[in-house]
Design a protein around this ligand. Structure first.
Ligand code: N01
Length: 512
């Protein structure tokens, strides 16, 4: 197995990994590789190709601040456009020569003697293995990358086609078929209206209804796009307006959940407009406070449920048989295709099983005991020189994750350039710093709608703590991460032990 020394190894080529690569490069930190198991850049926007996949954050904000796109076709961009945008940004930035696509990170462990992460990778398909010895690892593998499959009796016995929303099988023609969709979250509400148009019959299995607000759906006019492209400041002003509008909603989530009553009234109007049957209206009306689970955005979901070929089933699923689904009341509905839209492993990210820190324990082991914890959502005690993008308590339910990613990447780049300047080999947050940060975040959770709203959600971990979301405005997060703060870290100087084994640099190896 070959070994390559690099300064930085980035895991994942989605929005987070790509941002890290671009900003490392701009800062002069050019000796890095980005290892991505998928065959292209784009992360979730390359992988999620289910029909109807679109962003539910307005396009003007769902882009990098350093790469505005005047050509978005619509207020909410479709998946293909966002994926093409990430490709374009990567090409223009000139960083693709250091991307190792189609290669999975098998495991990574901290080698204290060499003061490096040893990262074992294997090429998808050929299985060819390469080890990278990296000073830092920047994990951008995403919180929504590993499908969570439901533990339903008999599901593996189903004889028809079955696939997860995030692994859509385009070879299966749904025209005229009997299709079942399990789950009614953000992915399901986008794909169900599209599948309903072609399926013979569509059974939608709902465990809990969501609050779904209407969306301002429209295409940008040629005049708007011309202004965005040619008149300085126009697009930035629109973006700032969208940002301010979304941030204005934060207090209702974090401090005044009762204000969500206004959202609930708006959703009820949306339901009344979309659904004629009172019984069906009752089934889709949630009984918990809006915002407790992610508020969804759609004009198509309720009308889709109202179609004659669609049935919303709210009896729990008892088991799956080779030919269909049996609900708790004993009814069996036969289906040809089973679509699993049950979300992702969020509070137990699989990448954590593959990272072994200073004390020989995996991050998954550490987090199994404490829940996910990281200093500023980014660095982790016991895991020197590891930077986690979209780490604990950095996700958002109200705005664009790209703002958070850029904030974290600034912090990481400041950290690695400080390390180089100060000739530090390692930085690791103190346990006290990490604990204080986590405790402060959890204190802020107490009044939030995610804690008080009366729902079970994937934001919460096995201890009932919300270790997923940032409980505040995004500009507060950015301010807290404005500069790397070595006073909260244990640092070690570059060791006298040379680890330069004359192995090729990242750029030489990738282009070889
Ligand atoms: O997943 P989800 P998703 N039996 O976890 C149900 C992002 N996203 O893929 O609510 C039966 O939201 C579960 O029911 P319940 C976005 O951040 C963004 O839809 O737990 N049902 C729920 O209905 C989003 O939040 C966009 O009771 C089971 C559904 O499955 C995140 O991805 C678009 C079950 C899972 O919903 C995840 O969305 C799409 C079981 N055993 C997604 N287990 C954008 O537009 C789970 N469910 C940016």
């Amino acid at each position: 197995m070959s070994e390559i020394e690099v300064d930085h190894l980035v895991i994942g080529a989605g929005f987070a990994g790509l941002c890290a690569a671009i900003k490392l490069d701009e800062s002069g930190e050019r000796d890095f590789v980005v290892v991505e198991k998928d065959s292209d850049v784009g992360g979730t926007w390359h992988i999620n190709t289910y029909p109807g996949a679109e962003c539910d954050v307005p396009s003007q904000l769902y882009s990098y601040s350093f790469a505005l796109n005047p050509d978005w076709s619509k207020v909410y961009s479709p998946q293909q456009e966002i994926w093409e945008y990430t490709k374009r940004v990567a090409e223009r930035a000139g960083v693709l020569d250091r991307f190792v696509l189609g290669t999975a990170v098998d495991d990574a462990h901290w080698d204290a003697g060499r003061q490096r992460w040893l990262v074992n990778t294997s090429a998808v398909g050929s299985g060819a293995r390469t080890t990278y010895a990296a000073r830092t690892v920047i994990a951008g593998s995403g919180g929504l990358s590993e499908p969570s499959l439901p533990d339903i009796e008999g599901i593996e016995s189903f004889a028809g086609a079955t696939f997860h929303s995030a692994r859509w099988n385009h070879d299966v023609d749904l025209t005229g078929k009997r299709v079942a969709v399990i789950g009614t979250g953000a992915s399901a509400i986008q794909l169900v209206p599209e599948v309903a148009k072609v399926a013979g019959r569509l059974d939608v299995y709902q465990r809990t209804p969501n609050w779904i607000i209407p969306r301002n759906e429209r295409h940008f006019s040629t005049l708007e796009k011309t202004l965005f492209r040619h008149v300085p400041g126009v697009q930035r002003a629109v973006r700032a307006g969208v940002y301010a509008m979304l941030e204005a909603r934060v207090p209702a989530f974090t401090r005044f959940p009762r204000a969500m009553a206004a959202v609930e009234a708006q959703v009820k109007r949306n339901i009344a407009q979309g659904i004629s049957d009172p019984e069906l209206r009752a089934k889709v009306t949630p009984t918990y406070r809006a915002g407790c689970k992610r508020i969804l955005v759609s004009n198509k979901w309720y009308p889709a449920l109202d179609r004659d070929n669609v049935e919303l089933i709210t009896d729990g699923i008892a088991r799956v048989t080779p030919t269909g689904i049996v609900t708790a009341d004993g009814t069996e509905r036969e289906v040809d295709v089973l679509v699993i839209a049950t979300g992702f492993h969020v509070t137990d990210p699989p990448i954590a099983q593959h990272l072994t820190g200073r004390e020989g324990r995996t991050l998954a082991d550490v987090w199994a005991k404490t829940g996910m914890r990281a200093y500023k959502g980014t660095t982790i005690h016991g895991f020197p020189n590891l930077f986690q993008l979209v780490g604990p308590n950095t996700a958002l339910g109200h705005s664009s994750m790209i703002f958070i990613i850029e904030s974290q990447v600034r912090y990481v780049v400041d950290a690695v350039t400080t390390m180089r300047r100060q000739e530090w080999a390692t930085v690791e947050p103190t346990l006290a710093a990490q604990e204080q940060w986590s405790a402060a975040v959890q204190r802020r959770m107490r009044r939030t709608v995610w804690t008080t709203g009366g729902c079970a959600s994937w934001y919460l971990d096995q201890f009932g703590h919300n270790t997923t979301l940032w409980p505040g405005q995004t500009f507060t997060f950015r301010r807290r991460l404005a500069r790397f703060d070595p006073e909260q870290y244990d640092v070690t100087a570059l060791s006298s032990v040379s680890d330069d084994k004359g192995t090729p640099t990242a750029k030489e190896a990738v282009s070889a």
